[in-house]
Write a protein that binds this ligand. Structure first.
Ligand SMILES: Nc1ncnc2c1ncn2[C@@H]1O[C@H](COP(=O)(O)OP(=O)(O)OP(=O)(O)O)[C@@H](O)[C@H]1O
Ligand SMILES: [Mg+2]
Length: 464
């Protein structure tokens, strides 16, 4: 999973858990406080109701039995204003029940389950239970120091529940909004954290293909120092490669003069010595090897000049198809030696801006590879066509192919793949070809074919 996705998931789950916990705590707090308020109200109501009952009993003068005779009128009076009131006698027997000023006919069984609040009330204590969304609140009726009955208020908790539900809804929508904000914030933060990491990973890819453009990162944090170190490493590498190239350039340059002399003397010897066959053979090898060395030094010098842009290509409109055809003709003889044949499909009038001599060098390198790495009696297919703004040349063989681990290294100088044990070469052909094609503002790529073999694709801008 990507770092950004992971950060977002972590943040959002943490916030969700936190909000659930806080939300639940707030709701419990609200419920607790509301119950306390209801309880307080009911205590006050009962107190004044009991005072009222006392007055009625005192006026009636019949003592305890006055409760029975006045029960209905007491409950009717006390329940006025949408309240529910009940009165019980000393033994917990229901004497009267009324709702909103009207007497109700409730069976003793109906309220049997609440009798456990009557006991504490008969013992002179307030007590209540909550059942079925209602609070049953019982308080003792005291007359001259002794409990003569119980007064019960039934309080509906609907309002409280509505309050809690709407609070929950409000909190939920608030929480959703908050989550959305957190998600946006997380995306913003994770972008800031992940961006330099992405840039670093991009830069490592670039570095692998020799592009050492430094990363821009102004923050002075840990990532900033990582980026600075990385940039410093790039500079160091660049410097090292430059020194290495300079060294090769200097050495090749120094080798040129003595090499020319050696070749001259070897040539002279081969013309003069033909009496002794052993010396003749030695001179033959001397000539061959010094010519090979000369080619190598020339190649190295060409690379150095392309590196330093001293030998920039001279671009002119040229018939690319004709150059390809000429190169094929030149290579045909050496291809025959390997028993490899060419199959060419060349579009007419494909003109490119190019340096003929250097482009021929590229085709010869590529054809040489295609032939060299092909088995005998195979075809090498050459195809040239224009595609949009570019001329695309494909050279396809059905040979060994390039090993997976060699694929992105074959364009490096002196790199030769695992398939080269029986073939000669120095590993400079593709490196030189790439430099030449880059100087032509083109691109060169090498792929393996699924059915075996390799295709090299060269594309350079058309002349018009
Ligand atoms: N057509 C191909 N088929 C298979 N492998 C190839 C092909 N072209 C190039 N390679 C691989 O790429 C490596 C580099 O190629 P390059 O042309 O630079 O060097 P070379 O052919 O070995 O030597 P040089 O071209 O200097 O004579 C080769 O050694 C080979 O492993
Ligand atoms: Mg080659």
């Amino acid at each position: 999973m990507r770092i950004r996705t992971r950060l977002i998931i972590y943040y959002i789950s943490a916030t969700l858990l936190l909000m659930l916990a806080v939300g639940e705590a707030i709701l419990i707090g609200i419920e607790h406080n509301s119950m306390k308020t209801v309880e307080k109200q009911l205590v006050e109501q009962s107190d004044s109701a009991v005072v009222y009952i006392n007055q009625i009993l005192l006026l009636d003068k019949s003592g305890v039995s006055g409760l029975l005779t006045n029960a209905d009128s007491i409950t009717t009076n006390l329940s006025a204003g949408n309240r529910e009131v009940r009165i019980y006698d000393q033994k917990g027997k229901l004497l009267s029940a009324a709702i909103d000023g009207r007497v109700q006919n409730i069976q003793r069984e109906d309220i049997k389950q609440y009798s456990n609040i009557l006991k504490p009330a008969l013992n002179n204590h307030f007590s209540y239970i909550i059942h079925d969304n209602k609070m049953y609140f019982a308080s003792p009726i005291e007359l001259q120091g002794s409990v003569v009955g119980v007064l019960e208020f039934v309080y509906s908790l609907d309002m409280l529940n509505t309050l809690l539900t709407s609070t929950r809804k409000i909190m939920m929508s608030g929480a959703l909004l908050f989550m959305l904000l957190i998600a946006l914030l997380t995306i913003f933060i994770s972008n800031r954290i992940v961006k330099p990491i992405e840039e670093l990973s991009e830069a490592t890819n670039r570095y692998a293909s020799r592009d050492f453009t430094p990363i821009e990162w102004k923050q002075q944090d840990e990532l900033g120092s990582l980026v600075r170190n990385f940039n410093a490493m790039g500079e160091e590498l660049q410097d090292y490669i430059k020194r290495q190239k300079q060294f090769v350039a200097n050495v090749s340059h120094e080798l040129r003069t003595p090499l020319t002399a050696i070749r001259g003397y070897a040539q002279y010897l081969s013309e003069e010595v033909d009496s002794r066959p052993d010396i003749d053979k030695a001179v033959y090898h001397l000539n061959n090897e010094s010519a090979r060395l000369q080619r190598l030094v020339d190649q190295l010098l060409l690379l150095s000049r392309l590196d330093n842009q001293k030998d920039t290509v001279t671009l002119a409109a040229i018939d690319w198809g004709q150059l390809v055809q000429e190169s094929l003709d030149k290579m045909r003889l050496s291809a025959q030696k390997y028993k490899v044949r060419f199959k060419a499909e060349i579009e007419k009038d494909v003109f490119v801006l190019g340096d003929a001599e250097k482009l021929i060098q590229v085709i010869m390198n590529l054809l040489d590879n295609a032939v060299k790495f092909s088995p005998t009696n195979e075809w090498v297919a050459v195809n040239l066509r224009s595609e949009g703004e570019h001329a695309v040349l494909n050279i396809e063989d059905h040979g060994t192919g390039v090993a997976e681990e060699d694929l992105n290294k074959v364009f490096e100088r002196f790199y030769r793949g695992a398939n080269t044990h029986s073939t000669g070469g120095t590993g400079l052909g593709l490196a030189i070809s790439r430099e030449i094609i880059i100087a032509h503002h083109g691109a060169i790529k090498l792929f393996n074919l699924e059915q075996g073999g390799t295709v090299v694709k060269v594309s350079i801008p058309l002349a018009n």
